[in-house]
Structure formats: C-alpha cells, structure tokens
Ligand binder design. Structure first.
Ligand code: FAD
Length: 351
C-alpha cells in the first residue's frame, strides 16, 4: 500500500518533532515516521544517570518551555523523554511510531519512503534520524583479541553491572567523562583520552555552546575567520557529577593506550592495565543509510548540504546530526531554529 502526503519526516526524535511543529504552523500536510515504538528519540536509550548540560529552560523546543525537573538544575534523560512525549501530544503531531524507513527513492516527481509498513509518496522529505543508531568504534590494534566485555556508550546503562570490576573508559568527550564519573566508587576505572581532558569553565553550560555555534556560523557566512565554535571552548561540560568526581581527584585521565591485549590494555611505554571491560565512548556518525540509494555527494559520512538542503536533491532536507546542518542543530535548544528555516524553504518549494 502507498500513502501520500506533502512532507515525510523520517525520525521522530527532537529534530523530527521540531520539524513537525513548524510544518503544522505552516499548514503543510505531513507525517513523521519513527522507528522507535515510543516517543523520546535517543533519550529513551541513554544511561540512567545522564544529565543534560543545560538547565531545562535552555533545552526547549519551539513553542513550549521544558518544565524544571524538581531538585535537578540539569534535567535527566527520563525528564527529556517525558517532555518530548508531552510535546508530541500537545501539538497533535502526526507521528507513526514503530515505522522504519528502509530507503528513500526518487519516483517521478515524488520522493518515496519505503518502510516496513508500506510506502509513502511525498513532495519532500526531511531526514531527522540522528546519530544514536550509528555508534562509532575506532580501529585499535588488538581490539579483536580482548577477551573481556566491550561495549559502546549506547549499551551502557548503570554502574551496578560493573561493581568491583576493572573498567577502561575510552573517550575525552561528555559521554566518556560522564560515564567514567558514574563508575567511580563502583568500579576500578581507568579513563583514557587521546589528549588531556579539556573541561569548559565550570560556569559554562549549553547556553554558551549554542552561542558559540551561532557565532561560528555567522562568521563563516560573512567570510570572517573561523571562530572555532564549540570546540574552542573545550570538550567536556562540567555537569555536577563530573565536577564532583574531578574535584575529589577520582577522575584523572591517562593517555590513549596503543593496543588491547587479551586481558587488558598496553601503553607506548610498555605499562599494562588488566581489565574486565572496555567502554568505548568514541562518538557517533549520522544514521543516513536510508538515503544511500539517492547517491548524493558527501564526505566523511555526511551528505553535501546547503544549510539543511541536500546539495544534489532540493526536495530533501537534513535536520539535526551536527553543526554541518545548522548551528547546534543536534541540540534541544538549537534544532528549533534550523527546523524553522528548513520548513520555510520547503514551503516555498512545494506551494
Ligand atoms: P534522535 O534523538 O536520535 O532521534 C532520531 C529518531 O529517528 C529516533 O527515534 C530513531 O528511532 C529514528 N530513526 C532513525 N532511523 C530511522 C529510520 N530509518 N526510519 C524511521 N525512524 C528512524 N543535546 C542537548 O541539547 N543537551 C544535552 O545535554 C545533550 N547531551 C547529550 C548526551 C549524549 C550522550 C548524546 C549522545 C547527545 C547529547 N545531546 C545533547 C545531543 C542531542 O540532543 C541528542 O543526540 C538528540 O538525541 C538528537 O536528536 P535527533 O532528533 O536529531 O535524533
């Protein structure tokens, strides 16, 4: 069976919902197809103690402020899931949960989204599938030899399952720091980072990140020198649990090891650490396999875009993913503005 609408939004996380909000305001018929059975996007799969790096009011989608989580200046992931579920309902967004788009095809004057529950024909597609579905693992010598447990950020839930174990946490970003901090006091943690950890100043949070990303975009658009954006401020937001672990001396990083062995890791100077588990907090890539058939140009796993619009397919916009689709567009506070610009452009195209 093939259904038809003006715009198919692929993905019903925060980016897909922000798109839906603006499409609805513009009176554009659309459907949001989301592979997850329940609302909340990636937030429903994160580890239990994850804290946002911004206060609630600065983690809001268009139209509705995120309510404060009682007793928590930086809300947890479950609070974000509740907020997104409420957002979806409040604006009566047409989300079909449990529908995975396998591929998007060109079909005469339409784009066709092929799903596991029938096909959708649309005049345009917004892809908002995030990165959580494509965890990245670096190539490291000996990775296949290690006999302990290896997992990625996406599989980590809580420190309880590592109680008393020797755990190596790899990665100097927010996930690495938060997970290493989460494990301290429960496991014997070795935290390894490619370069010494770069903490943002303690009084800086997601608000400053958004400003930095916006300033960078403006500078690039105006042909001025690259300001460096978020990366110029540091890699790790010192959310309260990270700060506490750091300040008590429990969160110290070692340089990256050169190889894994059957029982642990080995460093360039020959020192070794035995380990029961290695947790790879080594990032993500955009989940774009459903667009492979369109054969769009791109580099390093990205698709070439002019802001959100695919350079080779004007009926396709990409929302979220990272700064390459708009300043801070992979954050709660940033995606609203990018979604507004993308949907306005689509309105001009399809009207
Ligand atoms: P997702 O939330 O991943 O949603 C994508 C949706 O698309 C999912 O529901 C998925 O099931 C669906 N989907 C995927 N493929 C298909 C398909 N082929 N067909 C149909 N549906 C599909 N941001 C902040 O603003 N504040 C923070 O504090 C913050 N902390 C973060 C901490 C971590 C550890 C990570 C990884 C990210 C953090 N971010 C934070 C960044 C960002 O807000 C999240 O990554 C966010 O989940 C991105 O939203 P999204 O809608 O783009 O993608």
């Amino acid at each position: 069976m093939t259904e038809q609408t003006d715009v198919v939004v692929v993905g019903g996380g925060q980016a897909g919902l922000a798109a839906g909000y603006h499409l609805r305001r513009l009176g554009i018929e659309h459907v949001i197809l989301d592979a997850c059975a329940a609302p909340g996007g990636a937030w429903q799969h994160t580890w239990d103690s994850l804290r946002l790096f911004s206060p609630a009011a600065y983690s809001s989608l268009p139209g509705r402020l995120m309510p404060v989580q009682e007793g928590q200046p930086y809300p947890g992931a479950a609070h974000v899931v509740d907020y997104l579920a409420d957002y979806e309902k409040r604006y009566e967004l047409p989300v079909r949960h449990g529908v995975r788009v396998a591929a998007v095809h060109r079909d005469a004057t339409f784009l066709r989204a092929e799903t596991d529950r029938g096909d959708w024909r649309a005049r345009a597609v917004i892809s908002a599938t995030g990165t959580w579905g494509r965890p990245f693992l670096p190539v490291v010598p000996g990775r296949g030899e290690f006999t302990g447990r290896q997992l990625h950020t996406v599989q980590y839930r809580s420190p309880a399952e590592f109680a008393g174990q020797r755990v190596i946490v790899v990665g100097g970003g927010n996930s690495g720091a938060q997970i290493a901090a989460d494990l301290t006091g429960h496991a014997h943690v070795t935290w390894v980072t490619r370069r010494p950890p770069r903490y943002l100043a303690d009084d800086i949070d997601g608000r400053a990140l958004f400003d930095a990303a916006t300033a960078r975009r403006r500078a690039l658009d105006e042909g001025r020198t690259d300001t460096g954006g978020v990366a110029s401020l540091g890699d790790i937001v010192a959310v309260p649990p990270v700060r506490a672990a750091r300040d008590t001396g429990l969160l110290t990083a070692k340089p990256m090891f050169t190889r894994l062995t059957a029982t642990g890791a080995q460093w360039a100077d020959g020192t070794r650490s035995e380990a029961d588990a290695v947790i790879w907090c080594t990032g993500f890539r955009p989940a774009l396999t459903h667009l492979a058939g369109l054969r769009l140009r791109g580099t390093r796993g990205h698709i070439a875009t002019d802001r959100t619009r695919a350079a080779d397919e004007p009926r396709l916009h990409l929302l979220g993913y990272g700064d390459w689709t708009g300043p801070a567009s992979a954050t709660l506070i940033g995606v609203g503005r990018t979604a507004r610009e993308a949907t306005r452009e689509l309105a001009l195209l399809i009207r």
